[in-house]
Design a protein around this ligand. Structure first.
Ligand code: HEM
Length: 490
């Protein structure tokens, strides 16, 4: 797979001077110490020391690919987004899939949600849809996110993931029961990135050309079919081929077997949100399809591997606040928190000018603004252009076209629990998911949960978790409890 270089060019230093010898460093005499004037050696060693940047604090391990999105169905009644404005319209995109909890180098076949981050290079700027392969999430307030992630990643004392921490967090987060049921079920270990769905997970907001708004949820359905690994298969593959998802995606595209997904949306007219039976902005819940059916939008195809994993995948930066006109945020608190967190992470991980890197810069349009300079800037060469606005010299001006219709709000500023809806509760949908499973699936779900929960040291933490499964469905609770007791007696 290595592409041959057609003609050998002369090796140079970073400043372009020819290198005479790349095998022997300069020494004082034949057997003497190395001299400080060996610029090539110093540069090589110093660069090597700086080859790594901070890994993503979550979703560190991932794989990327380029492709396109093509609109297949008319959705102009719901959004004015230009890239969705005509059937047949194509938009170039980059996607990064990932696991969440482990560090760079962690095994691909872990039981973990998978990231599903898409960057659409639209003519009106980049639109980032930063989702997962799960339609829901563990928590519903961003204040809890750092605590949640601390409990799932390596413990600062033991240096490894700890069932005590994982389940202690969930013991205090009844709202996680739905996502825990999802994660411990069959879909918790996808066979590959190609064989899983993607979800925007949050509720977003579309606004059409007339200014009417709709709340929207995104579903990318895999056209390869869903395939998953059992706990045993996942454990084995993690040892024998920790890069299994990377290998699968890379080879599939190299062979010309291009993976694709069909994008559907669920649309809720804005006026229905306030009286819906549960909070439509609660990320721990799905919208039943019988309330809001799936409506097809288009097809995503991945057909090109990145040439350089560091430059394009490691340095890619997705942010849920990269919207385009016609698409905006809903009041989902988790989403609101994420609107800050990502670009902040990018400024730390990649620097303030990460938006100028080729994978992150707009492709179907250009970025025209007065943000200039800073570490590693490459955009300051616009001949004598002014760096303030407004100006009298033809610099870029505002569009006067809002991204989305204004959203009505009322009440007092303060820390509020989410607004209560008539059927809000943390367990009902977890029970629904359990009851949907076949007997075999239930058996595996119980074994997976009990396998982790039975390793927890404290009885009170186990009890609190069992109470959540009992609340979701009495049979579900009893079976998990019996299995945990059995494993603890062994
Ligand atoms: C308040 C909740 C959350 C916070 C504060 C948060 C924060 C972060 C941060 C800081 C990163 C690393 C970004 C980087 O360095 O490039 C990240 C990555 C990621 N997050 Fe979240 N996250 C949250 C919830 C979620 C949810 C609910 C989803 C999915 C629905 C999600 C999906 C992702 C994905 C896919 C990535 C990897 C993006 C990539 O491939 O570069 N996160 N998150």
């Amino acid at each position: 797979m290595t592409k041959p270089t057609p003609t050998a060019r002369v090796l140079t230093t970073e400043s372009g001077a020819p290198v005479a010898d790349n095998q022997n460093s300069s020494t004082a005499g034949v057997g003497g110490p190395i001299v400080l004037q060996d610029q090539h050696l110093l540069e090589k060693l110093a660069r090597f020391n700086r080859e790594r940047i901070p890994e993503r604090v979550v979703h560190a391990r991932g794989s990327g690919a380029y492709g396109h999105f093509e609109v297949t169905d008319d959705v102009t009644g719901f959004t004015g987004a230009d890239f969705l404005s005509a059937v047949g319209k194509r938009t170039e995109l980059f996607i990064r899939f990932s696991t969440v909890a482990d560090n760079l180098g962690g095994p691909d076949a872990a039981r973990d949600p998978r990231g599903f981050a898409v960057k659409f290079y639209t003519e009106e700027g980049n639109y980032d849809l930063v989702g997962n392969n799960t339609p829901v999430f563990f928590i519903k307030d961003p204040l809890k996110f750092p605590d949640f992630i601390h409990s799932q990643k390596r413990d600062p004392f033991t240096g490894k993931q700890e069932p005590d921490n994982v389940w202690d967090f969930w013991a205090h987060a009844p709202e996680a029961t739905h996502q825990v049921t999802w994660l411990m079920g069959d879909r918790g270990i996808p066979a590959s990135y190609r064989h899983m769905n993607g979800y925007g997970s949050h509720t977003y907001r579309w606004t059409n050309a007339e200014g009417a708004s709709f709340f929207v949820k995104y579903h990318f359905k895999t056209n390869q079919g869903i395939r998953c690994l059992s706990a045993e298969q996942g454990a084995e593959l993690s040892g024998t081929d920790p890069n299994s998802h990377q290998t699968d995606l890379l080879q599939s595209i190299e062979r010309g077997v291009y993976p694709s997904w069909t994008l559907y949306v669920q649309l809720m007219p804005e006026a229905e949100a306030a009286d819906y039976r549960f909070n439509p902005f609660d990320l721990t819940k799905v919208w039943p399809h019988k309330d809001y059916p799936l409506r097809r939008v288009g097809r995503m195809v991945l057909d090109r591997n990145p040439d350089n994993v560091f430059a394009e995948v490691e340095q890619s930066a997705f942010s849920p606040n990269n919207f385009v006109p016609g698409i905006g945020p809903s009041p989902d608190k988790m989403l609101q928190g994420r609107l800050f967190a990502y670009a902040d992470a990018h400024r730390y991980r990649l620097g303030v000018n990460h938006t100028q890197l080729p994978v992150n810069a707009p492709r179907a349009t250009t970025a025209n603004n007065y943000g200039r300079d800073g570490l590693m800037a490459t955009n300051g060469y616009d001949r004598h252009a002014k760096n303030y606005e407004p100006n009298s010299y033809g610099g870029p001006v505002q569009s006067d076209r809002p991204l989305a219709a204004p959203l009505a709000v009322d009440g007092h500023v303060g820390t509020h629990a989410a607004p209560a809806h008539s059927k809000d509760d943390d367990f009902f949908q977890a029970g629904e998911l359990y009851r949907l499973m076949s007997e075999d699936e239930k058996e595996r779900l119980i074994a997976n949960i009990a396998g982790g929960l039975s390793q927890v040291g404290r009885e009170d933490v186990i009890e609190k978790n069992l109470a959540h499964f009992h609340a979701a469905d009495p049979e579900y609770g009893s079976r998990v409890e019996a299995k945990v007791r059995e494993l603890r007696e062994d």
